[in-house]
Design a protein around this ligand. Structure first.
Ligand code: MOS
Length: 738
């Protein structure tokens, strides 16, 4: 597969290479655990090996006897910590249960102790020698397990309203055609290649933390609250994040424990979580169930959409995806009904993972649409076309821009969709059954307040500073490019500093808000600089130099405050306290328009007629997402998203032992993701789209766009190849054989 540098089309920035590329490929880039510390001690977590019950006691003698062991911290001796709130309750935490709170064990893989030693190896050995006496109880694992508790989400979390429009029940009872089916999506883990780590270093009463984070201000605030310190005494630094996908956005149990140990020992402590431990300490995508009822007239026009969803959760925290508020905006649905439910079991806390609600919800909806098209004997693209809409019917608010059908037309043409014989099993190549399928990709265009500081020096160099994060997406590059474009200088002349909580606050790097929000703040700062200089944008250097001389200044520094019109707080003040204020998408709570990015994905699968081996020789995606800041980094994002989507369809699945409520394949050998041999041709088409309403940068987030809908496109293609409809992901050989 070749990836030539993508073309710079209308409303796209230059396809420059990412600025940290060389540092990353040469190993010069320092990730959090690479940061040098003076005389560090090493931490190692001890996890519960039962799914529910309590710790009746420890025998820490053998652990303490390991040479080099400095500390065995458990709930019996852990220094005091203050509670913090869950991310979805306005706080920064993955879970509201404090680390090492008491003897209770709520799930398998709960942190029950931390060993600190002179070396990593000594800490690990001591962890293995710590004797834990358990009192066991029987855990509930997942849907259908004894002891789970079902709650209607809107009843326990009044903030989470289910979208309602018209009378869907009545419309379904009189619809000419009704599709009614259940779908399921599995547990998935983020598995970023960079492991979770925390290093803590105290200087007097000041704490520095090196930790890969999608939200340095949130981590700073959360840790300060836990430790009872003023936030300005805590600094979080991470230059690079080696993948996150949601797993590094909230405060997890480990950080405060490492900080406490470092304070107690009077020396830096470094903790790197192992791959298997990572499966329960930093969240995951929980399993979901869906019942979708889709009613249509004979001509294919939708008359009602009824989507009930069940989400698996732990016992205590208010984590919820929802997602019907977005899917119900997708098409002209004259009637909508939905009930979201939480099913509570004895499980480690789930958390957002790349396109958290859209991946499961759009898999169900886009599968249902394909099934309805089969019933109606209509082309599935045409079914979507006649139900295309320029507004969200539930709120009545128009889309700022909606490029969905342009995406279908471009991707369909590139794919050769016209040549498809719609009869299942009709397109065969020897022993291989060929299937073609398609589905809609979408992601709400979300924004957050953000603050950026930009300094332009008279010599034509500049600097931009914002506590944003590069989670591998190219944030350094596009933020630098934004400043370069605004100030009419070369990108190389702009220094970019991010990933440090002493900088002006950026938003959590979640919800695909970073580019739109950070670049908008940077652009505002640049405009303020140009206004002070009195030179028009793009003025030649000579004129600009003269302006600096006239003002008798060597440099001008401005702070740009970006506050979206839809912001609930209408200020950047909350950012400094680590508050999250993300709005956009369906915009249920503001008068702003409906804002989404769109895509259309077409997939070819080949299913072996006898072995049922499934291959994906090609996938074509077209995307319309407002301004593309850099087509090269965008291409990588979109390509990576589609590959992830293929993984969702065919590979990714954390299996659970339902007796012990324990994740079984907690390693990269058995947790399958697509590798090069699984991926053949991936074509990314970027459709030019101008949208000046979404934010000053004109950009719609693309980090979570392309992996939405892919699983449905693959499932639809598998149906076309085989006549078998798989409604439970992932689609594995065994499901096609039985
Ligand atoms: Mo992403 S799941 O919004 O960190």
């Amino acid at each position: 597969m070749t990836s030539p540098v993508p073309e710079q089309k209308e409303n796209m920035g230059r396809p420059i290479a990412r600025r940290e590329a060389r540092a990353k490929v040469t190993g010069a880039a320092r990730y959090a655990a690479d940061m040098p510390l003076v005389n560090p001690a090493y931490g190692y977590l001890v996890m519960s090996t039962i799914g529910r019950g309590r710790v009746a006691g420890f025998d820490d003698g053998p652990a303490r006897a390991v040479p080099g062991v400095l500390e065995v911290m458990t709930h019996l001796n852990r220094p005091k910590l203050q509670p913090i709130k869950h991310f979805f309750a306005g706080g920064p935490a993955l879970t509201e249960v404090p680390p090492l709170a008491d003897s209770q064990i709520a799930y398998d893989g709960q942190v029950i102790a931390m060993i600190v030693a002179e070396t990593f190896e000594a800490a690990r050995e001591a962890a293995n020698r710590l004797v834990v006496r358990y009192e066991r109880a029987r855990p509930s694992a997942t849907f259908g397990s004894a002891g789970v508790e079902e709650q209607v989400t809107s009843k326990v979390m009044p903030m989470r309203k289910d979208p309602v429009l018209g009378d869907a029940q009545a419309a379904l009872s009189t619809a000419a055609v009704v599709h009614d089916a259940e779908y399921g999506t599995p547990i998935q883990h983020h598995n970023p290649i960079e492991l979770f780590s925390t290093s803590a270093q105290w200087l007097g009463d000041e704490l520095t933390i090196y930790e890969p984070s999608q939200f340095v201000y949130g981590l700073r605030t959360g840790l300060a609250m836990q430790l009872g310190m003023p936030p300005e005494k805590v600094r979080i630094i991470n230059d690079f994040v080696g993948g996150a996908f949601g797993s590094k956005g909230a405060v997890t149990h480990r950080s405060a424990l490492v900080a406490l140990a470092a304070r107690q020992l009077g020396r830096p402590v470094k903790l790197v979580v192992t791959r298997d431990q990572a499966f329960t300490i930093a969240g995951y995508r929980h399993e979901t169930k869906h019942r979708v009822r889709l009613g249509a007239a004979r001509d294919g026009r939708f008359v009602a959409y009824h989507h009930d969803i069940w989400e698996l959760n732990g016992r205590t925290d208010p984590y919820i995806n929802g997602g019907i508020e977005n899917s119900s905006a997708m098409y002209a649905f004259p009637a909508v009904m939905s009930t979201a439910r939480m099913v509570r079991a004895d499980r480690s806390p789930p958390i957002f993972m790349r396109s958290p609600p859209e991946v499961p919800v759009m898999y169900a909806l886009e599968s249902a649409i394909d099934e309805l098209a089969v019933t109606l004997a209509m082309d599935p693209v045409e079914l979507r076309r006649i139900n295309d809409t320029d507004r969200n019917w539930v709120t009545g608010k128009p889309y700022t821009t909606r490029g969905l059908m342009k995406c279908y037309d471009a991707a369909g043409a590139a794919f050769g969709w016209r040549k498809r014989d719609p009869r299942p099993g009709s397109m065969r190549d020897g022993d291989w059954l060929i299937g073609w399928g398609c589905a809609t990709a979408t992601y709400p265009t979300q924004v957050s307040p953000a603050v950026a500081r930009v300094r332009l020096v008279a010599d034509g160099t500049a600097r931009v500073e914002i506590a944003a994060h590069d989670v591998g997406t190219g944030a350094y590059t596009v933020i630098g490019q934004t400043v370069a474009e605004a100030l009419a200088i070369e990108p190389d002349a702009v220094a970019v500093t991010i990933g440090d909580s002493v900088l002006p606050p950026g938003p959590v790097s979640g919800g695909s808000v970073t580019t739109a929000s950070a670049c908008s703040a940077a652009k505002i700062a640049c405009e303020q600089i140009l206004a002070r200089l009195g030179t028009p944008r793009g003025a030649p250097t000579r004129e600009r130099m003269a302006a600096f001389e006239r003002l008798e200044l060597g440099a001008i520094e401005e702070t740009g405050n970006y506050v979206p019109a839809s912001s609930k707080t209408r200020t950047t003040a909350g950012l400094y306290k680590g508050a999250v204020d993300i709005t956009g998408g369906a915009n249920l709570e503001s008068d702003a328009k409906t804002m989404f990015a769109f895509g259309a994905e077409f997939v070819e699968v080949r299913v072996h007629a006898r072995t049922r081996e499934i291959r994906v020789p090609r996938i074509v995606g077209a995307f319309a997402a407002g301004r593309i800041m850099n087509p090269r980094t965008a291409h990588s994002q979109l390509m990576g998203g589609m590959i992830w989507g293929i993984g969702s369809a065919l590979h990714e699945h954390t299996e659970i032992d339902t007796r012990e409520a324990r994740f079984m394949n907690d390693n990269l050998a058995e947790y399958l993701v697509p590798v090069n041999a699984d991926i053949r041709r991936v074509d990314v088409i970027m459709i030019p789209e101008v949208d000046n309403e979404v934010n000053p940068a004109g950009a719609k987030g693309i980090g979570e766009l392309a992996n939405v809908g892919t699983a449905a496109a693959v499932a639809n293609a598998v149906f076309h190849a085989t006549g078998r409809r798989i409604r439970d992901l992932p689609i594995t050989v065994d499901k096609l054989i039985v």
